[in-house]
Design a protein around this ligand. Structure first.
Ligand code: UD1
Length: 377
């Protein structure tokens, strides 16, 4: 596990201040290497971590800070849950107050959650430059709230940090000036590689009573879990997979009630767990025979771990995980046959070196820190 950033890296009056805005689980994983690399940097950039409180349960938030060695947030806005408008409005009001009081030289936002767009919008209106980590990914599906957040955040960003080459073209096609775009690699993979030794599959098997062979499933997209009818369909398919091999599902709070009401755990081979922390979760993924998911980040993590990944979505903003990795998009109808096939294949191993997506090498954080240092210098 990474070391915590020491208080010596807290902002001082003489250094430009960068504000990291973090709200939801995937933000924490992406920010850790950037915060660490900036803390190591030569110019001694001051850093503040603003936790918006979009995710607030201990298992959705604090456990990630501990696992990743992230510094304690300087402030937690505790915005909590709500409709998109309610949540985004609360985020904007809290962030405007923080940015006004702290006057950061740069606001760094991560990924595609509501905290990301809220921070970019507030910073832009206050004329504070914005850096977007994981810019340019596109599903071209505007029914996903994340796609709306991505597109708008990129329009507002002065530095667009790109994880995958096709994102450069997406940004150019939307008129983002090329000098704003920096292809730096994938900080989520920095975190994965930095913690490889900590992912102990035997330990998690023992701790959670998992069988030797299992499929790991995660489901939380509104399109899959909000409607009882759709969730019921999905539960039937997961039961069919559990007829073949046990299924382990750490359950995100979104959809928990709907999935359980649809009978998710009414199958002896289906193991419902509470949400897991980062280290235990990736250890569980590493030990899985296959993964079934609708997550964005997990498509990338399975690519590096070499675990077959079936993504239950009609599209992905991460096509490189299909061309270079282990990912496959499946409909509900395709899910069970695809799982059968994946389970029949030999166990995976790490992605072959020449298939690893370019710059997914554990050095994205230092590359981002270098660009930011130059920019602020
Ligand atoms: C958010 C992101 C999504 C990301 C996901 C990662 C948006 C629009 N969506 O989705 O892109 O993939 O995080 O996990 O920003 N809840 C709790 N405890 C918590 C957090 C949430 O119980 O700590 C429940 C609440 O009922 C809440 C619901 O989950 O209403 C949804 O939370 P929210 O943050 O709005 O969206 P996510 O589905 O988590």
């Amino acid at each position: 596990m990474s070391d915590r950033v020491s208080p010596g890296n807290r902002p001082t009056g003489s250094h430009p201040l960068v504000a990291h805005v973090l709200g939801a689980r995937p933000n924490f994983v992406k920010a850790a290497p950037v915060i660490n690399a900036l803390a190591d940097g030569a110019i001694g950039t001051g850093q503040v971590v603003i936790h918006t409180g979009q995710h607030y349960d201990e298992r959705m938030s604090e456990i990630f800070f501990r696992d990743l060695g992230l510094p304690e947030p300087d402030v937690n806005l505790e915005v909590g849950s709500g409709s998109h408008a309610q949540q985004t409005a609360a985020l904007m009001i809290g962030l405007e107050r923080e940015f006004t009081e702290r006057s950061p030289a740069l606001v760094i936002v991560y990924g595609d959650v509501n905290s990301t767009i809220a921070a970019a919008l507030v910073a832009a209106k206050l004329h504070i430059p914005v850096a977007h980590v994981e810019a340019g990914l596109r599903s071209f599906d505007m029914t996903m709230p994340e796609e709306v957040n991505r597109r708008l955040t990129d329009q507002l960003s002065d530095l667009c940090f790109v994880t995958s080459p096709e994102a450069i073209g997406h940004l150019a096609a939307e008129g983002v000036p090329v000098e704003r775009t920096h292809f730096v690699g994938n900080p989520m993979i920095d975190t994965l590689l930095a913690n490889l030794a900590a992912f102990d599959t035997e330990a998690v098997r023992a701790r959670y009573g998992l069988p030797d062979r299992y499929v790991l499933a995660t489901m939380h997209r509104p399109a899959n879990v909000d409607s009882p009818a759709v969730a019921g369909e999905l539960v039937n398919r997961l039961h069919e997979i559990a007829d073949m091999t046990d299924v382990v599902i750490p359950l995100h709070p979104r959809g928990r009630a709907v999935l359980l009401a649809a009978g998710l755990d009414d199958h002896p081979g289906l193991h419902v767990l509470d949400p897991l922390g980062y280290i235990d979760f990736i250890a569980t993924v590493r030990g899985a025979a296959a993964v079934v998911t609708d997550s964005g980040g997990l498509q990338e993590e399975t690519t590096i771990l070499g675990v077959p990944c079936l993504t239950v979505r009609p599209n992905t903003e991460r096509p490189i995980t299909i061309t270079h990795g282990t990912n496959q998009l499946v409909t509900f109808d395709e899910l069970v046959p695809a799982a059968r096939k994946a389970l029949g294949q030999a166990a995976g191993g790490p992605a072959a070196g020449d298939r690893t997506p370019p710059l997914w090498d554990g050095q994205a954080g230092p590359r981002i820190a270098e660009v930011i240092t130059r920019y602020l210098g």
